[in-house]
Design a protein around this ligand. Structure first.
Ligand code: A2H
Length: 258
């Protein structure tokens, strides 16, 4: 932020089963019939994708269904992201944004999506997070609680009080942080260990989470070793580019800058 562009890797989280509310919204938009629809998450840590446990959206944000460059493909992202994508060969024509419909973040919650490379290969659920910014990335965040304190704190809140957040237990039960990167300082579970050590109680502990995020980044990215996936045993820092290329070459991801 501030200095130069952020080079994100976008991960296509293909919809496997819509929530009831989203199914209704989708059925009312004839242009979506027969399309491959994906929630598109923007990440700076593609090497962590092996540990995805869920996807986060902001319940107060509005998302759109945007025509991708491929005729049969549609991306669910914020309007802001779709405009940026239109200038990066990610829409039907340069600068052209084709919005096929809109949907509230709240309505998407409970949708089951495929998380590429995740150990939860049968799919993960879309869940609500309080601190999803409309001004960053695509407004869709893929969650890796083993290595992201924000993701860990938010997922733990939902597991503790599913009712408060309108989340069904089945959307979080069994989706535990999975080992992706090991560090000498914190072992396999950098974010959970840091949140415990810093006594972070919930996703509302913004100041503490900002500190934990900085430490987690330093340990897991700069000092971490891959403990899962195709590049097991390699430094996380080196695996980043390799996993990014893997996601892009398989068609499960693409480069996106802003
Ligand atoms: B990262 P930066 Cl394992 N609102 O991906 C809030 N957070 C968002 C967002 C939005 N609209 N869009 C993306 N993000 C998250 C993985 C990850 C990330 C790990 C560890 C750290 C980490 C799994 N979540 O980010 O402010 C996304 O989460 C800290 C570097 O542009 C994205 O990468 O630096 C990161 O924030 C981008 O935030």
């Amino acid at each position: 932020e501030g200095v130069g562009p952020q080079e994100y890797t976008c991960v296509k989280m293909r919809v496997l089963e819509w929530s009831d509310a989203a199914a209704q919204a989708v059925a009312a938009i004839p242009a979506l019939a027969g399309k491959r629809i994906s929630l598109v998450a923007a990440t700076l840590r593609p090497e962590t994708m092996y540990g995805q446990t869920n996807c986060f959206v902001g319940t107060k944000l509005e998302y759109g269904f945007f025509q991708a460059a491929a005729a049969d493909e549609v991306y669910v992202v914020t309007e802001r992201a779709a405009r940026n994508m239109a200038f990066q060969d990610l829409s039907p024509a340069n600068g052209q944004v084709v919005r096929l419909g809109a949907i509230a973040g709240q309505a998407i919650v409970g949708t089951k999506v495929h998380a590429p490379l995740s150990c939860y290969s049968a799919g993960v659920y879309v869940l609500p997070m309080e601190n999803v910014l409309a001004t960053k990335g695509t407004g869709v965040v893929t969650s890796v609680p083993s290595d992201s304190p924000d993701d860990y704190a938010a997922l733990r809140d939902l597991k503790k009080k599913p009712d408060c957040y309108g989340v069904q237990p089945a959307w979080v039960d069994g989706y535990e942080p999975a080992p992706v990167i090991s560090t000498t300082a914190y072992g396999e579970m950098t974010a959970p260990a840091l949140c415990d050590e810093m006594k972070i109680n919930s996703q509302k502990d913004r100041d503490q989470l900002a500190k934990a995020k900085a430490i987690a980044y330093k340990e897991s990215f700069y000092n971490g070793t891959m403990s899962a996936g195709a590049f097991k045993g390699q430094p996380a820092q080196e695996a980043k580019q390799k996993v990014r290329e893997l996601l892009i070459s398989s068609g499960d991801g693409f480069a996106y800058a802003e």
